[in-house]
Design a protein around this ligand. Sequence first.
Ligand SMILES: NC(=O)c1ccc[n+]([C@@H]2O[C@H](COP(=O)([O-])OP(=O)(O)OC[C@H]3O[C@@H](n4cnc5c(N)ncnc54)[C@H](OP(=O)(O)O)[C@@H]3O)[C@@H](O)[C@H]2O)c1
Length: 260
Amino acid sequence: MTMHRLKVLILGGTSEASALARRLAGDVRFETVLSLAGVTKAPAAQPVPVRRGGFGGAGGLADHLRQAGFGALVDATHPFADRISANAAEAARIAGVPLLAVRRPAWQPQAGDRWCEVADMTAAAAALGIAPKRVLLTVGRQDLAAFLTAPQHRYVVRSVDPPAAELLPPDAEVITARGPFDEAGERALMTAHGIEVLVTKNSGGAATRAKLGAARALGIPVVIVARPPEPPVETVIGADEAYAWLERRHGESCGALRGV
Ligand SMILES: NC(=O)c1ccc[n+]([C@@H]2O[C@H](COP(=O)([O-])OP(=O)(O)OC[C@H]3O[C@@H](n4cnc5c(N)ncnc54)[C@H](OP(=O)(O)O)[C@@H]3O)[C@@H](O)[C@H]2O)c1
């Protein structure tokens, strides 16, 4: 008797997506494909087949789900990747494929934090104020354009890949690095560069949280960009919960095949 396999498409680009891919890779009940946007130059190696690049909007993703026979879609993209998440919700509806979103909880302020929460990057740049400051920018290389409007500050820009030169404010030093980062290292970085304010998205998760502890310890204020709204879909917080959801989907699809 051949084992029924549930074909799963993971929309990735996060540690949660990679962790889920690792859980599914050795499980014969699942046939898994991981989808990456293709924006990172040297993405981490993956234990399942990987496809790269956009689908051409929600309609393209719905076609892809149907044509390749996917039985489940997991949106494990970054909390700030709001276009692909909206597309996933719409595509799953069109194609009639069950969808689960994986969203790590947002970071919460702790005693001693000096957070200024803002709605978007434009507001983050404005929140830095008029007086020149030494700023650590950790918002990702694709969200730097807003800081061109605040050229009076001196920036240290940290990103996985180097940003395009035209997106950098005039006084910017680039550091390329990939997390996870630890608090001692983050404190040393902030101290060495005389950082006066940190700018970050509220990404959540452990890999890049240490900068918040370092800022708290050094009394450095943090301009933190709130998450964009999420589509109303079933959501879990991590790879373990997503794996359990897929096991239930597999059980249901086996039941449907047996007619129970
Ligand atoms: N935004 C961040 O801060 C951030 C941080 C870390 C990692 N990432 C990861 O980087 C990727 C791009 O982020 P973004 O903010 O540019 O996304 P986005 O604005 O939501 O998506 C832009 C377009 O890129 C394509 N796309 C995005 N994620 C994809 C995926 N996993 N597989 C295939 N196509 C994908 C889609 O193109 P089509 O419409 O043509 O399908 C989407 O419409 C995401 O996969 C995300 O998980 C983002």
